[in-house]
Every structure is written in C-alpha cells, then in structure tokens.
Design a protein around this ligand. Sequence first.
Ligand code: NAD
Ligand code: TYD
Length: 355
Amino acid sequence: MILVTGGAGFIGSNFVLDWLAAGNEPIVNLDVLTYAGNLQNLEAIAGDGRHIFVRGDICDGDLIATLLREHPIRAIVHFAAESHVDRSIHGPEDFIQTNIVGTFRLLEAARGHWAALSSDAKSAFRFLHVSTDEVYGSLSPSDPPFAETNQYQPNSPYSASKAAADHLVRSYHHTYGLPVLTTNCSNNYGPFHFPEKLIPLCIHNALAGKPLPIYGDGMQIRDWLYVKDHTAAVRRVLEAGTPGETYNIGGWNEKPNIDVVKTLCRILDEEHPKADGTSYADQITFVKDRPGHDRRYAIDARKIEAALGWKPVETFETGIRKTVRWYLDHQEWVANVASGGYRDWINTHYGATST
Ligand code: NAD
Ligand code: TYD
C-alpha cells in the first residue's frame, strides 16, 4: 500500500486514477482539500475499496504517524503543495506552511516509521517527493535546458518554498539514510487542471466569451508535459529510481505562451467553432506582466530516459488536443469549479473547515 499526499489536486488525482488503472496496490490518499482539492476528480473510483481518502493536513505530524501505524505503507508519494505562482506573490504564507513545514512534518513522520521497520522493509521503503523545474530559476534563450546538476536559483515564493522542501528531502537522505527520490517536472497540462493556470483558464475563458489574458509580451517559454506522462514517470521513478537521486521530467516541448494560446484557439475553432464564424484568437488580450516573471524553463530529460527508460507518449499537439476535448466534454466539472459548487459538495461531506 502507498500513501499519496495531495491526491485530490490536479496531478495527484491523475496519479491516483492512473495508479489504480495500472495495478491493484491500494492507496491512502491524504488531502486537506484546499480550494485546489476537488473530490469530483476522483468520482470514477467512488466506492473502490482500493482507495482510502483521508481529509487531513500534511502539517499534522500525529495524523501522518497514525496513518503510517495503521496501514502497511511501503512508500509515500508527496504531491500536496500550494502550487500557483500568482497566489504565492499575493500571499506567500500558505506556501511556507504547506510546502516547507508540511514536507518537514511528513519527513519526520516517515523517518520515525522507517527507523522501526525490519531491515528488508527498510531498504524497500521509498519517500518520493514531487517537485518542479521552477527551483532552477530562469534560462536565457541560449542556455542549455535544466539538468539535475543545475544550481538552484528560485525566483518566486512558490519556487523558493519548493526549493526549500527539496533541500530538506535531500538532507534526510544524507543525514538519516531515508530512501528518498526527488522528481523535478516541467509545466503539466491535461484533465482536472484548475482553471487558474494558463491552459485551463484560456479554454474556460474562450468558451465563456471572456478575454484570454497574456502576461507581458507572451514570449515567456514553458516546457509542457501531458499530465499522464508525468504520472507514468513518477510510477517509473518509484519502481526503479535510485534512492538519493533526483530525476528531471519533461517532454522536450518548449513553447512561448502566446503560441500555446494560439494553438488552443486553433483547436477550439476546429472542435467547437463560434456561431458568428470569428476565431477565439480575437479574445487574446495582453495584460500587465507578473512581477519577477521567469523568462524560460526547459528540461533536459536525458537522465530519466537513459537510466529508467521513461519517455513521454504524447507530443504537445496530441496532448493539447486531448486536453481541449476533455474540457469540452466535461463542461459540468468546469462549471462546478467556476461556480464554487465543488466546495459546497466538500463542505456538505466534510464540514467547512478548510482554507
Ligand atoms: P494542485 O494545487 O492542483 O493540488 C494540490 C493538492 O494538495 C490539492 O488537492 C490540495 O488540497 C492539497 N493540499 C494543499 N495543501 C495541503 C496540506 N497542507 N495538506 C494536505 N493536502 C494539501 O497542485 P498540482 O498542480 O497538482 O501539483 C502537485 C505537485 O506537483 C505540487 O507539489 C507541485 O509543486 C508539483 N508540480 C506541479 C506542476 C504543474 O505544472 N502543475 C509541475 C511540476 C511540479
Ligand atoms: P502558470 O500556468 O501559472 O504556470 P507557471 O507560472 O507555474 O509556469 O503560467 C504559465 C505561463 O503562462 C507563465 O509564463 C505565466 C503565463 N500566464 C499568462 O500569460 N496569463 C495567465 O493568465 C496565467 C495564469 C499565466
């Protein structure tokens, strides 16, 4: 059995669904259900006995220790985080609490649990920390993509908090021998992506007839990976990664933001043409830039490809078309998120205690 944190968020819920589709090992899913946590993402496995959902905070060390005592957990896959750069600029506090203190509490509980295991169970145990390429900072146009050996140069409160967590994870291996793995992935996109992030926001706004906001000149570059390629990479690292190692995950898909949004508009024009015959691209609007906006991210994924044989299945063109189709086919999910209806559902079931 594995313990997943943040398994009701965008990547975590895709991971939980894909894990249970790929095998039969049960999951304890610990998620406090912030605004980004949505149990509707997990509707397909409602009533599945292999999935135990626990509403709780990764900062609650006693709760984690109890879960590790009560379930035969052989690995922790840690997704839970505050994840939106713009929110970290407006209010960094939650990022420090969840991303740094929460990771520390999880590491402490894992260390206590691991130390008491038999020697076989000890060597088989894994703590997989899911991180981001943003810890490496910003590249100039001619720089090579980020390798695992790049210096950390985080520029936003979000990336600084993830960098701090990465350092703690590293130190628990070096100091205590905890068998940790760290993955640093590029920007994800795909089903269940919360519509505050660029791709789902633009699909949602396009269909709602609203402006598609492009920060600054739109020439910032991100390296896009379809979320199911990321979840497959995480499964592979968990299965075969070497403890103490870091693996960069990316799909060699560098794109300027403006090109991403124009591609979305082109696919929407084909899949869901506007009644008046105009293009969704007419809704593109340039707005004030994000403070400290990183210019370029790019991942060198050769290590995970060579060492673990992982490769992405989707190209940007196939992945983005699937994503647009998913949003067109799941307008109810989008409407529930946009209206806050998913919060009402959570509050009815769990009480209105989360942030
Ligand atoms: P998300 O914001 O969609 O989901 C985060 C989940 O964590 C939510 O379900 C939320 O309720 C939960 N959570 C937040 N604080 C918690 C706490 N204190 N205790 C328990 N649960 C808590 O994030 P995401 O985009 O799915 O990202 C998941 C992980 O992957 C994060 O660690 C992020 O840094 C990393 N990552 C994301 C991307 C990306 O493009 N989205 C890329 C690389 C790495
Ligand atoms: P985002 O999805 O927030 O991810 P991150 O900041 O973690 O890379 O943003 C992706 C890129 O899109 C980033 O360069 C910021 C830009 N962006 C816009 O231009 N407009 C928007 O409304 C948003 C949310 C992002």
